[in-house]
Ligand binder design. Structure first.
Ligand code: SAM
Length: 207
């Protein structure tokens, strides 16, 4: 990072960053208001996150991402658009979910184009495995939604199997959902579309 980028990052994080900590978050304090909270795992460069948050000022958005340039990019979007309903935790999402997110607390979870790990020997690194999906379901409030999307067909099939196998979740449609109007095409998705990939959305609700 250049000095200017580092200053912008530090200023931005001072306003919107939430430090990783092993205590459960009090969302009302974190966002300085009471509103439903949507968690996003792996927001990448964050343009989609900012688009969704800007279109829904009545909701609070908590983005979790490990990649510093992505965090810097979302901070820039927040500043340019003057958004007050986004907070960022720069840390591993599994640890954040385990330690910081209260059970039955989230109105929704977004997981858009998680790393596909296409090689068979790397499949175990994929984020959406039964244990994590059970944890996600635990963190949703009743009626809350889990929205995932991928451009990797075989991972889409795995997601469908794992989400359908989680007792706390119910599919809102048969198999895959059409992309909801409120989900803009993400940066990673655009790349996949240019390569001729398909896109699969999954939209489940907590029973
Ligand atoms: C393929 S990119 C997709 C980014 C964005 N959602 C999009 O559609 O353009 C996946 C992102 O997930 C992030 N990521 C992967 N594992 C993570 C984890 N355990 N915790 C937080 N972020 C993670 C990566 O840093 C990367 O930015």
């Amino acid at each position: 990072m250049s000095d200017a980028q580092r200053r912008a990052y530090e200023d931005g994080m001072a306003h919107c960053g939430v430090a990783y900590n092993s205590a459960k978050l009090d969302f009302e304090k974190t966002f300085a208001r009471k509103a439903p909270v949507i968690l996003e795992i792996g927001f990448g460069m964050g343009k989609t996150t900012a688009d969704i948050a800007e279109a829904h000022p009545e909701m609070n958005y908590l983005g979790v991402e490990v990649h510093t340039p992505g965090v810097g990019s979302l901070l820039k979007e927040i500043q340019l658009r003057n958004l007050s309903n986004i907070r960022i935790i720069q840390h591993d999402a599994v640890e954040v979910l385990t330690h910081m997110i209260p059970d039955n607390s989230l109105a929704g979870i977004h997981v858009y184009f998680p790393d596909p790990w296409p090689k068979k020997r790397h499949h175990k690194r994929r984020l959406l495995q039964p244990v994590l999906v059970e944890l996600l379901a635990q963190k949703l409030a009743t009626g809350g939604y889990l929205h995932c999307a991928t451009d990797w067909e075989e991972y889409a099939m795995q997601m469908l199997e794992v989400l359908s196998g989680e007792a706390l979740l119910e599919n809102t449609v048969d198999d895959f959902a059409p992309r909801p109007d409120w989900r803009p095409v993400t940066k990673f998705e655009q790349r996949g579309l240019k390569l001729g990939h398909g896109v699969w959305d999954l939209l489940f609700e907590k029973r």
